[in-house]
Design a protein around this ligand. Structure first.
Ligand code: GRF
Length: 207
């Protein structure tokens, strides 16, 4: 039995998609999405950025790009998700992109957004999920690692893969040098994965 892709019938939309990005910190992946999907772009525009951290550089990047930027406090997950859901509804968001968002969302939230919720992770999943992916890769002694853009399900870094890019581990790499090269790959992979999904070209991760 074949299972329909979680995006089946949803994309393409036939109009520009409205993207939200959730980020907790630096926001370099957010920047890649802001650059790829500016206001007025024919495929999609980032229309909303939300951070659980008031001082996140990601919020400054959004404001500099003229995009609505909100700090939403996380006293607990339910409070955060209620406020987030309201913002997503008001902004009529079609697709949510997690980009360095350092909190776990509830199964109810991930189910409500199934097929419309992406994340980027700095390893070739299913290898090295969770925290310190680069340290895990170096300790495992792998010759290559990379990044994965995947749909988010109720697990940690477990949802169906949309796109991966490979990065070689080189002699003398430490976690910082490896992270920098993988990050450059993330900045290419994330917009590419969003394009695949929005054009209805992603097969649901079964290829
Ligand atoms: C990226 O490496 C991402 O894969 C991981 O956290 C980092 C966030 O970086 N989840 P930035 O905030 O996008 O610059």
């Amino acid at each position: 039995m074949t299972t329909a892709a979680p995006t089946a019938g949803r994309f393409p939309l036939g109009r520009p998609a409205r993207l939200a990005v959730l980020a907790s910190g630096r926001g370099s992946n957010l920047q890649a999405l802001l650059t790829a999907f500016p206001p007025g772009h024919e495929l999609a525009s980032v229309v909303l950025v939300v951070s659980n951290k008031a001082g996140a550089q990601a919020l400054e990047r959004a404001r500099a790009a003229g995009v609505a930027a909100h700090h939403v406090a996380w006293p607990d997950r339910a409070t955060f998700e209620a406020a987030l859901s309201e913002l997503l509804r008001e902004a009529e968001v079609d697709l949510v992109c997690l980009a360095g968002f350092m909190r776990l969302l509830s199964p109810a939230f991930t189910a409500a957004w199934a097929g419309r919720l992406l994340n980027v992770h700095p390893s070739l999943l299913p290898a090295f999920p969770g925290l310190d992916a680069h340290g895990q890769a170096l300790r495992a002694g792998v010759a290559e690692t990379g990044c994965t853009v995947h749909m988010v399900d109720e697990g940690v870094d477990t949802g169906p893969v949309v796109l991966q890019r490979r990065v070689k581990v080189v002699e003398g790499d430490d976690a910082a040098s490896l992270a920098a090269r993988v990050l450059a790959a993330e900045h290419v992979a994330y917009p590419e994965a969003v394009r695949l999904v929005l054009r209805g070209e992603w097969d649901g991760g079964r290829a």
